[in-house]
Design a binder for this molecule. Sequence first.
Ligand code: SAM
Ligand code: SF4
Length: 355
Amino acid sequence: MNSFQDSLQSLSTGSPPNEEQITALLSANAEQMPALLSAADKARRRGVGDAVHLRAIIEFSNYCRKNCLYCGLRRDNRSLTRYRLTEQQILDAAGEAAALGFRTVVLQSGEDLYYTPTVIARIIERVKNKYDLAVTLSLGEHSRQTYKTWREAGADRYLIKQETADEQLFKRLKPDTSLSRRVQCLCWLGELGYQTGSGNMVGLPGQSLHTLARDILLMRKLDVDMAGIGPFLPHPATPLKNAAPGNLELTLKTLAITRLYLPQTHLPATTALCTLAKDGRRLALSGGANVIMPNLTPPAVRDKYLIYPQKADIGEKPARALADITALLADLGRPLAGDRGHAVKNKPMAYPELA
Ligand code: SAM
Ligand code: SF4
């Protein structure tokens, strides 16, 4: 059995991690947490530097063909008022992001086939032609051909979280699909030249520390450029309404360990983490994170993109959010990144100074 200390020490050897080591790190107690978070902070500085990248997220449709048990946008949630933004509204939101100085927009939605691959491609082209923005898509599972069309239209990155690396748990929570199909999507996206983003939810009912360890190993195996680590938050209009929310400390540990084993991957301070804890952004940035994703969805529809309740960014005004971020970063002594923030992976993986 690996102890916490042995596992932390073994990082300095640069040897590949195993499930036992990661589980030992995930078991860190309150006394051991500061050492883990500080190691992650050092790994973050060495792997991706001090700069914090901003990505403006535009949630353009809350229609979804899927029925994920945890998500408020699931097709069987009849209590949700559905909306779709027009092409022009999406373009206007991207324009607002560009005017505020963002270098990336993330276009996210449920799996909504109302927007055909051609329409999405046209939106990508219009955003790219009009503004100097990197475009990240987060539109769920589609065919390789569709991903190719969007890549050719100019999309730079794609986020599609694995959610959980436990095949059976995945099938239970996402009955319309399978883990292997999700991983296949990530592989296609990588082949097509996208920067890829995965991620998981911490605290899903039925998840164990071993599951979380396998999540980290899978993200490492897929060599993802970005990983969104956030707590599961129960939504009252879903079958998981009575489940307990993910735990703050375990989410921070998962984020920190992901940083230790994926040193050059972009790791956001997720909105779910900020929803769980008021100071979630500060905690995440101090324990491995280097990305913030402010919400640029038009205020008129924002409260309808309710994947879980009390979403932290519902009432946030972009200019105000930027002022808060600037103040937080000044306090943490971290600069805002001035570039588009593509992931760069060319540095050695070992961390001799951590031991
Ligand atoms: N439909 C696309 C997909 O599933 O990849 C993108 C939109 S989906 C709403 C974005 C992310 O929301 C998912 O990857 C999932 O991790 C997260 N999410 C959904 N329901 C959640 C919940 N109850 N708690 C925390 N995160 C949740
Ligand atoms: Fe749809 Fe994504 Fe929500 Fe699943 S997680 S129901 S695919 S929006």
